[in-house]
Design a protein around this ligand. Structure first.
Ligand SMILES: [Zn+2]
Length: 72
């Protein structure tokens, strides 16, 4: 498969996946949350956030004491 066809296919799959994720997240009440390291954007930069256990959405920032507890 030519690269441009492959990219086109991947992008359309990505759109489909993102739409599905958004759908799940919109319907989730984020009742169970855990502090986790998440990857931000396209780079490999990670940050610590409250993440929903059900749908993996980033739901908030931990405060300083929560962060200390998480980092040990
Ligand atoms: Zn959720």
């Amino acid at each position: 498969m030519a690269n441009n066809r492959k990219v086109e296919k991947l992008l359309s799959e990505k759109n489909k996946i993102e739409r599905e994720l958004r759908n799940i997240r919109d319907n989730c009440n984020h009742s169970k949350q855990t502090i986790k390291q998440v990857i931000l954007g396209e780079g490999c930069q990670t940050s610590t956030r409250w993440v929903c256990d059900e749908c993996a959405a980033v739901v908030g920032y931990p405060n300083e004491s929560e962060l200390k507890k998480f980092l040990g």
